[in-house]
Design a protein around this ligand. Structure first.
Ligand SMILES: NC(=O)c1ccc[n+]([C@@H]2O[C@H](COP(=O)([O-])OP(=O)(O)OC[C@H]3O[C@@H](n4cnc5c(N)ncnc54)[C@H](O)[C@@H]3O)[C@@H](O)[C@H]2O)c1
Ligand SMILES: O=C(O)C[C@H](O)C(=O)O
Length: 332
């Protein structure tokens, strides 16, 4: 029997990530090749004509799984009945701007959209915040939508996770699909900590630790980390636009694994509400290693944290606490 369609909201759908993301969702990349979808696309009035153009293209592409499209500038109409909300709408970082510069523009958007989601989304709607500052926008959304369970509000650090996998794959000249269990700790910013302590590579001789195969701790502890931390800025410098196809693809990975589950023995990185695990202060949206099953994520427990890692976990937590204070000062 055919499945009922799932309603997926994409905010900022007329923007560049939106343009890459909506066809992926309509093709089944996010929820599976047997899952029909109804797309809800929200943007602001100046982008209404462009949004309508995206809707026209979705019709023209004749996606078999796409059972309907709502394209609107009305947040209530956009949020009504949605099962999944991918929050991309906002003001992107331009060359030379720090993420903090975009804070005040974006947190007020997330405060108002929190109310629309809380009142009109389907019960148990899963929320993924992509727009920067992603962790802090997600935290504001959580705080101003108190009836949405905190487990349902997450932010995107899967792009950073995938970037780390990509760097290891290039360095070792192995398939990216053979590398697993990197961790992105903390903020989706240049203080994030890409950690390969527990990362392995599938080789003809079995699974091997990345540290053993790379055999260059100096590179892993310096250049590898900064390359992943600065990758967003490097893309902006090269494209004069922030990353879009990789962000869209990683957003699909994030929701797919959350809804359909992570493969046995594999974890992924998600920005989730901290509960004090790994002595990260509670009350932040912080990226942790998680496994997912039956539509629920769970922080991987018991991983060893050495002194080098501890300092990096604390540094990015400190930045998130400061961002939280700044966000509240922007809102007051
Ligand atoms: N977390 C990540 O890994 C990651 C990666 C890349 C980009 N980003 C962030 O994603 C966001 C979107 O990037 P982009 O390149 O698509 O930007 P973009 O400017 O191309 O698109 C943003 C869209 O949001 C719309 N918008 C603005 N305010 C809105 C509102 N109140 N409601 C609905 N829509 C609104 C704009 O009109 C625009 O169409 C940016 O904040 C960017 O920094 C995050
Ligand atoms: O760094 C940015 O502002 C862009 C985006 O978050 C990215 O990681 O590519």
């Amino acid at each position: 029997m055919a499945k009922d369609p799932v309603r997926v909201l994409v905010t900022g759908a007329a923007g560049q990530i939106g343009y890459a993301l909506v066809p992926m969702i309509a093709r089944g990349v996010m929820l599976g090749a047997d899952q029909p979808v109804i797309l809800h696309m929200l943007d602001i009035p100046p982008a209404a004509e462009a949004l309508n153009g995206v809707k026209m293209e979705l019709v023209d592409a004749a996606f078999p799984l796409l059972k309907g499209v709502v394209a609107t500038t009305d947040a209530v109409e956009a949020c009504t009945g949605v099962n999944i909300a991918v929050m991309v709408g906002g003001f992107p970082r331009k060359e030379g701007m720090e993420r903090k510069d975009v804070m005040s523009k974006n947190v007020s958007i997330y405060k108002s959209q929190a109310s629309a989601l809380e009142k009109h989304a389907a019960a148990n709607c899963k929320v993924l915040v992509v727009a920067n500052p992603a962790n802090t926008n997600a935290l504001i959304l959580k705080e101003f939508a108190p009836s949405i369970p905190e487990k349902n509000i997450t932010c995107l650090t899967r792009l950073d996770h995938n970037r780390a996998l990509g760097q290891i794959s290039e360095r070792l000249n192995v398939q990216v699909s053979d590398v697993k269990n990197v961790i992105i700790w903390g903020n989706h910013s240049s203080t994030q900590y890409p950690d390969v302590t527990h990362t392995t590579v599938n080789t003809p001789a079995g699974e091997k630790p990345v540290r053993e195969l790379v055999a260059d701790d100096q590179w892993l502890n310096t250049e590898f980390i900064t390359t992943v931390q600065q990758r967003g800025a490097a893309i902006i410098k090269a494209r004069k636009l922030s990353s879009a196809l990789s962000a869209a693809s990683s957003a699909c990975d994030h929701i797919r694994d959350w809804v359909l589950g992570t493969p046995e023995g594999t974890w992924v990185s998600m920005g989730v509400y901290s509960d004090g695990s790994y002595n990260v202060p509670s009350g932040l949206i912080y990226s942790f290693p998680v496994t997912c099953k039956n539509g629920e994520w769970c922080i991987v427990q018991g991983l060893s944290i050495d002194e080098f890692s501890r300092n990096k976990l604390d540094l990015t937590a400190k930045e998130l606490s400061e961002e939280k204070d700044l966000a509240y000062s922007c809102l007051s």
